[in-house]
Design a protein around this ligand. Structure first.
Ligand SMILES: O=P(O)(O)O[C@H]1O[C@H](CO)[C@@H](O)[C@H]1O
Ligand SMILES: O=c1cc[nH]c(=O)[nH]1
Length: 235
């Protein structure tokens, strides 16, 4: 400590870490939802802040996009800084007609074609799984809000620009709620290290209707999701 990718000193990272893909979403969330937020990392522009929420210490740290990037930050946060609860606060593309843009999706599990853990699991099709206590608390927190909430399986993709309409059709037909790019490996790492993890995503675009929010909204407008994550972490 510090690590190759995180410059925070010992004790500057909280046991509870919220992880958006976007480092500027981390900044916005820290400034708007934490008290006394302090910048604790900016190596490579991957911003991390530590502050408090209702008196509880929290770090909000970017993961970057994609499972290899998330894997670097989550590994270092867990093994070097002692993170015990990691909640992804992400965006996703909806894959079902009953899900609307700006609804919140809470991931029980995440289907993949591959993850950075494939080399460890080899022939084993390990089922990445959310922490049930966090999941239950997040659903309860979400039910207190007006936002639509959906709980189920998502797809963690290695690509944003997908060239497999056949695969999308299969996932839609099997009830996958949405697509994002990090949750499966977060769940794999949490299982490996015995910590808690949950993925909460706000729908930023729709694969079936082709609606899409602008990047500024993806950075600065997903407040319900941040509050759901914070309430779940300390329930
Ligand atoms: O908005 P974030 O949290 O980055 O999440 C989604 O957005 C990125 C792609 O635009 C990927 O990281 C995907 O998982
Ligand atoms: O990975 C992602 C994230 C948001 N929207 C998508 O379509 N894909």
């Amino acid at each position: 400590m510090p690590t190759p990718h995180i410059a925070a000193k010992a004790g500057e990272i909280a046991e509870t870490v919220l992880m958006p893909g976007d480092p500027y979403r981390a900044k916005w969330a820290a400034e708007n939802f934490l008290d006394d937020a302090v910048l604790v990392n900016e190596v490579r522009g991957m911003l991390g802040f530590t502050g408090t929420y209702k008196g509880n210490r929290v770090t909000i740290h970017g993961s970057g996009m994609g499972m290899p990037s998330l894997s670097i930050y989550a590994n270092e946060l867990i093994t070097e800084y002692g993170a015990k609860t990691l909640i992804r606060i992400g965006s996703c593309g909806a894959m079902q007609h009953h899900i609307k843009v700006r609804d919140v999706v809470i991931a029980m599990t995440a289907t993949t074609l591959s993850t950075p853990s494939r080399g460890i699991f080899k022939e084993l099709n390990f089922a990445p799984c959310a922490d049930y206590g966090l999941l239950e608390a997040a659903v309860a927190a979400a039910r207190t809000k007006d936002t639509g909430v959906h709980v189920g399986g998502i797809y963690s993709s290695d690509v944003f620009y997908d060239e497999r309409p056949d695969l999308t059709e299969i996932m839609v037909r099997h009830g996958i709620l949405g697509v994002e790019m990090e949750a499966a490996e977060l769940y794999n790492l949490a299982a490996r290290h015995g910590v808690r993890a949950l993925g909460i995503m706000t729908v930023s675009d729709h694969l079936l209707t082709h609606e899409a929010l602008p990047s500024t909204d993806r950075e600065r407008s997903f407040g319900d999701m941040v509050e759901i994550a914070l309430e779940a972490a300390f329930a």
